[in-house]
Design a binder for this molecule. Structure first.
Ligand code: ADP
Ligand code: ZN
Length: 746
């Protein structure tokens, strides 16, 4: 091979958007030499088209001859930080995906498409003031124009956006042009920053005096911030209400004081106004950028640029915020680090907590993982000395942990409402109503009933596209599939045997709401689940009303399980603790434990002690018993034995290969073929399971098969899988995906 271009930096190695796993070399024209850097976005010729690409390297030479030239540089400055590029490469390797797929995660689409720029809006300002006579003349010929003038008159000197004028007085672009022509107004475009929290003001909050446990944790954090290279990741295990957030806040202050920046990751579900407010109140609204999946493209673009240009030095966001383009990173906080929503369920299937630890080691910066119920992965790392374990065993101000009582539902009475709410729980709710305290009732299943079953033949109304039962929603009297959205009418008799006695079974949130309304007709009641919260503002409004004491009882799904802080909630009822316990997933016990402790943690966060009722048909299962005692260490002790025995994570890495197809035979056949090929040169110590139908056999019309692998060392396996998969071709309508460290096992 010959070096065709020996000039230093004369080659740009690029990854082209939306392409394969390859990198391509282009020649850098003389004129661009001093402007192209690693991370630049460029346009390059591919056959007869120009495509967008990211420069990932600037080697002195290329193994290829006859290189084509880079066409142009897109955007003025490099957009991809070197550390993010390194993360993308690491992800590709670890998660067994193309580098381009990983790059897609680190650089949001709106930034990659240079087309999406800052938002320019047309503004109008009054040039001269019409007197009433003039206004009347205009009114007669062009009432719209008169409206605009009147509106501008109300705020003299101000420039008002056309969009505002449109909303307020139906003004059009044409009306403005006409007014400008006649010399009444002047128009110009102005850049506006889209701030999703723009119209809110935040009361400033001041640092609290830390208690002993908090102060000890704070000192350890400060030391890590001062010397990140010498510090381990910190696992902050603090019971609910122990004041973890205050430790984050004071850590962030230290980072700002040192002139550095920070990222706070929170689960998407707890990125509530309440959470954001706690950070914005402490650090002023402007210095804090918020990133999450509900931002519009424009909002995301603007927040990204605020971060990129150093205007915001604290970023709070869901998992993708781990890629925030900050310089001088001093700290990454991962709140509720055990949350599954940190795992991305589409390629690249990364885990944001793990990437936070990775990024922290690359920067280097301090990293703090916080939870009342740490993941067993992180806890294992702490116990084995990879992380530093810091514990907060007490609630602030010596508040008591809520008292948890398990209600055995196997001995329930025949009353219809008693099938949903036990007498004990009903009595407790009644007391709260008398004392004007608030209650949360939690059930992780929406709808009214969970299925429609025929007592004569046992038929369960299932979804035609998915292997799950349809859920009965009473509000609109229909059966709904929660996976694919399929809707059908409730049949009058069994579709299979025509028996008219077809019956509803199981309980969803709607039925809980209904039962509460029957028992306590005067109570003010609200429900929060995906069905009740379809309006964008509903979530915020309902939480606001609850906080203001306008709601006595709040019924909801996991939407209300975590992170919320309502001092007047003294009772939490968990309607059915068994739901997560019997899933075919090795984490079922861990999830149940976490959910119970987290939901219970919503109670007793104020002056009055909290009480929790856990209704269950398996009251003696260890996850429920240990949650009752708030005993994480005991739970860990017994769960680790099970994990170690079967070499499940955290004692191994797991890889799940999904195969799916609309054609069942084809999916199965492909799974068998892949399995045979994987067996051929399997790296040592790898366990390869047999191909099998997924627990959820069919979803959205697709038949699903799984192959599970386990290994003590992931990288050799990831590389092996990548090689094998690249060498295999699957039938066109078979879709294959590799999930490293999977969390979704159904
Ligand atoms: P966690 O995140 O551990 O569940 P929070 O950070 O939400 O706990 O703290 C619970 C409550 O205690 C909050 O209202 C918080 O303002 C308050 N708090 C935290 N630290 C202190 C402190 N040192 N002194 C007084 N109140 C505190
Ligand atoms: Zn379905």
């Amino acid at each position: 091979m010959q070096n065709s271009a020996p000039t230093p930096g004369a080659i740009a190695r690029v990854i082209i958007d939306r392409t394969t796993d390859r990198e391509f070399d282009y020649r850098v024209p003389e004129a661009m030499l001093d402007r192209i850097v690693v991370g630049s976005r460029v346009r390059v010729p591919v056959r007869n088209r120009l495509l967008s690409a990211t420069v990932v390297d600037l080697p002195d030479s290329s193994p290829f001859e006859k290189l084509r030239d880079v066409d142009s540089i897109a955007g003025g400055h490099p957009v991809l930080r070197p550390v993010l590029l390194r993360m993308a490469r690491w992800m590709a390797d670890y998660y067994c995906c193309p580098v381009e797929t990983a790059m897609r995660a680190v650089l949001p689409q709106v930034i990659r498409d240079s087309a999406a720029g800052h938002r320019e809006r047309l503004h109008a300002r009054l040039l001269k003031t019409p007197d009433p006579g003039e206004l009347a003349v205009i009114e007669k010929r062009a009432p719209r124009q008169a409206d605009v003038l009147r509106h501008l008159l109300a705020s003299p000197g101000a420039s008002v956006a056309l969009t505002v004028l449109q909303k307020k007085c139906g003004a059009s672009r044409a009306a403005l042009d006409a007014l400008e022509e006649k010399g009444w107004v002047t128009t110009q475009t102005e850049t506006v920053w889209r701030d999703p929290y723009g119209d809110e003001s935040f009361l400033p909050s001041i640092p609290l005096t830390l208690n002993g446990e908090q102060a000890a944790a704070h000192d350890i954090l400060l030391a890590a911030i001062a010397d990140p290279a010498g510090a381990k990741p910190i696992l902050l295990h603090g019971v609910t209400g122990s004041g973890k957030t205050e430790i984050y806040l004071q850590g962030l202050q230290a980072v700002l004081d040192a002139g550095k920046s920070a990222i706070v990751l929170v689960p998407e579900i707890s990125l509530t106004p309440q959470t954001v407010e706690r950070f914005k109140s402490r650090f002023s609204s402007h210095g804090v950028a918020v990133l999450h999946s509900h931002l519009s493209g424009g909002e995301r673009h603007d927040e990204w640029h605020r971060i990129h240009t150093g205007k915001a030095r604290i970023v709070i966001g869901a998992r993708s915020a781990v890629f925030a383009p900050l310089d001088h990173l001093g700290l990454i906080v991962v709140d509720e680090e055990h949350e599954n929503s940190y795992k991305q369920e589409e390629a690249p299937r990364y885990h944001a907590r793990d990437l936070a630890v990775l990024r922290a080691s690359m920067e280097p910066c301090a990293v703090l993982l916080g939870s009342a119920t740490p993941s067993l992965e992180s806890y294992h790392n702490a116990v084995s000395g990879k992380y530093r374990l810091v514990e907060l065993r007490n609630r602030v101000d010596d508040r008591q942990m809520p008292h948890i009582r398990i209600v055995d539902m196997r001995m329930r009475s025949k009353k219809a409402t008693a099938q949903v709410l036990s007498d004990l729980l009903v009595a407790a709710i009644g007391q709260r109503l008398e004392r004007s305290e608030q209650t949360i009732l939690f059930l992780n299943r929406r709808g009214f009933n969970t299925s429609l079953t025929c007592p004569a033949c046992g038929h369960v109304c299932g979804c035609p596209n998915c292997s799950v039962a349809l859920t009965y929603h009473r509000g609109d009297g229909r059966l709904v599939c929660h996976l694919c959205g399929h809707i059908e009418r409730v049949p009058a008799k069994c579709p299979k045997c025509s028996d008219a006695g077809i019956k509803y079974a199981g309980t969803g949130t709607e039925k809980v709401e209904d039962a509460v309304a029957r028992i306590f007709p005067k109570a003010r009641l609200a429900r929060m689940d995906a069905d009740a919260m379809t309006r964008k503002e509903a979530y915020r409004e309902t939480l606001g009303a609850f906080r203001a004491g306008k709601i006595d009882i709040l019924v909801g799904t996991q939407m209300i399980a975590k992170g919320l802080h309502f001092p007047n909630v003294t009772l939490v009822g968990i309607v059915n603790a068994d739901l997560t316990l019997h899933l075919p997933d090795f984490r079922a016990a861990e999830r149940t434990f976490q959910l119970l402790v987290q939901v219970a943690g919503r109670a007793g966060r104020g002056e009055v002690n909290g009480e929790v009722f856990v209704q269950s048909h398996t009251p003696f299962s260890p996850a429920i018993q240990f949650a009752r005692q708030h005993d994480f260490a005991e739970f860990w002790d017994q769960e680790r034995e099970f994990r170690a025995q079967w070499s499940y994570p955290p004692f191994s890495h797991m890889v799940l290969i999904h195969l799916k197809s609309g054609n069942e035979r084809l999916a199965e056949f492909s799974a068998e073929t892949l399995h045979r090929r994987l067996k051929e040169h399997l790296p040592p110590d790898v366990f390869l399971g047999e191909p099998a139908p997924a627990p959820l056999k069919k979803s959205k019309g697709q038949y699903r098969f799984h192959i599970v692998l386990r290994t003590p060392r992931i990288l050799p396996l990831s590389r092996y899988l990548r090689e094998k998969l690249a060498a295999l071709t699957f039938p066109e309508d078979v879709h294959v995906a590799v999930d490293v460290d999977p969390y979704q096992l159904l």
